[in-house]
Design a protein around this ligand. Structure first.
Ligand SMILES: [Zn+2]
Length: 246
């Protein structure tokens, strides 16, 4: 896919990187990404992917903007209250980069309408959707980039169980819904931390699409916002996993 002079100008800082370059920008232009959740994690993730020139971005979210979202969902404005998150995020992405095609799904992610992306981004806030997405990613052999943030702690990992026998899936790591599962509605979350997790998910997606560096496959990045210390845990496939066990 050749680039116009305007596109070369727009993507100059990526073209300068030897790990991305012109061919990497072309791969990004040819890529399709599905982002499930247009909130605190999905917003920054989608903005960075649109800025990077990802060709098609599908956005799933059935929610509307509430005033309490604005502390962290910086893709929205005060004037957006009550409007559809998926629709607004789509508008913001196209305003940032008119080359991006968006698909708006004003709905909760469901299997009935298959996600289009080559890479699936889990930016949801509930375990039911996470488990469903994980199964869809595994069965269709697609990458799942997963992020979460609660209180002062953030997590990012890439699951690739449908591509490699050595790679765990999300349910190898979280076999069932934790009894103490807490939603950020109940416990709070630091706004800037959700931006870090969203940006980290975009970074993983870019590496997967361009095929460079080491994605967080089988590794969980844990960001401790309070101490400023990050850790990486190794995740292993579980032979008894209900999704990918073999
Ligand atoms: Zn598994």
């Amino acid at each position: 896919m050749s680039l116009t002079p305007d596109q070369i100008d727009r993507h100059k800082r990526h073209i300068l990187l030897k790990e991305i370059g012109g061919p990497g920008v072309s791969r990004l232009r040819g890529a399709k990404v599905s982002i499930i959740g247009a909130g605190a994690l999905g917003g920054p993730c989608a903005l960075y992917l649109a800025a990077a020139g990802v060709g098609e971005i599908e956005i799933w979210d059935d929610d509307t903007v509430d005033r309490s979202n604005l502390q962290r969902q910086i893709q929205f404005r005060d004037a957006d209250l009550g409007r559809s998150k998926a629709e607004l995020l789509s508008e913001r992405l196209v305003a940032l980069n008119p080359d991006v095609r968006t698909i708006v799904r004003q709905a909760r992610f469901s299997e009935a309408e298959t996600a289009h992306g080559d890479v699936l981004i889990d930016a949801t806030d509930n375990f039911e959707t996470r488990f469903l997405l994980n199964r869809v990613a595994h069965e269709s052999g697609r990458y799942l980039v997963s992020g979460a943030a609660s209180r002062w702690s953030g997590q990012v990992a890439v699951y690739a169980s449908g591509k490699s026998q050595d790679a765990p899936c999300y349910q190898c790591f979280v076999p069932e819904m934790p009894p103490e599962a807490e939603a950020c509605d109940d416990v709070g979350v630091v706004g800037a931390l959700t931006g870090m997790v969203g940006a980290a998910m975009a970074l993983e997606a870019v590496k997967l699409i361009v095929d460079t560096g080491n994605a967080l496959i089988g590794r969980l990045l844990i960001i401790d916002g309070l101490t400023g210390e990050n850790r990486v845990l190794k995740l292993r496939p579980n032979p008894d996993c209900s999704v990918c066990g073999r």
